[in-house]
Design a protein around this ligand. Sequence first.
Ligand code: AP5
Length: 215
Amino acid sequence: MNIILLGPPGAGKGTQAQRLVEKLGMRQLSTGDMLRAAVKAGTPTGLAAKAVMERGELVSDEIVSALIGDELDAMGIESGAIFDGYPRTEAQAVSLEAILEERGRKLDHVIELDVNENALVDRVTGRFTCATCGAGYHDKYQQPRVPGTCDKCGGTEFKRRPDDNAETVRTRMAEYRAKTAPILPFYEARGIVSKVDGMADMNHVTAAIEDILAS
Ligand code: AP5
């Protein structure tokens, strides 16, 4: 099964993708994570992407579509894919069609996380992750069980993203409204879009997504 999680910054795409990976053994393909890894490694892609990401704007369609194609090739056909943060433009949606077809895959579901944008700045600016294993946490909504210690790996170092400040989040939201939300009709016309209340408790969101995938 191949699915897209769609929603603005802070909608819960990464949170829900991680849960589906754990529960269903699918693979998370997050272009944001891939780009951050490229920035950290100082690759040509990372050098091209760094300033764009810090401004909250979109990296070029060619770069992200190439990353997705490479990742699908590396993971093999047997695992289902969760596209998290991709596609984000009409050009990327068109590329994804070709990328999947070339690899004998098809898209089964597009799950739109329906959220109140006013609550998202708080979600994004309060977010932090374990520096060792990448597990996600939040100052208010998802603290580690033992303060200062990662629930999953016991790590004690945490980090925050440089683009998780209020000003950049607003630019990212504007980019979502202008370039990403308009791709929904492309998938609605194929009858594969389901809307989930992304403002519900995280467990309820997961259950709603699992119901859709089981349908
Ligand atoms: P990316 O990394 O994809 O960031 P994003 O889309 O802005 O999404 P986020 O990671 O901020 O949000 P999320 O929906 O995953 O929320 P999360 O689950 O963490 O992209 C970063 C940048 O890379 C872009 O700005 C762009 O420059 C570039 N880029 C990436 N992909 C690209 C592409 N395809 N094309 C071009 N450029 C691209 O949740 C947020 C917080 O809320 C967490 O702390 C979580 O604990 C909490 N939370 C989650 N769900 C709930 C809930 N139900 N209730 C309460 N709290 C919740």
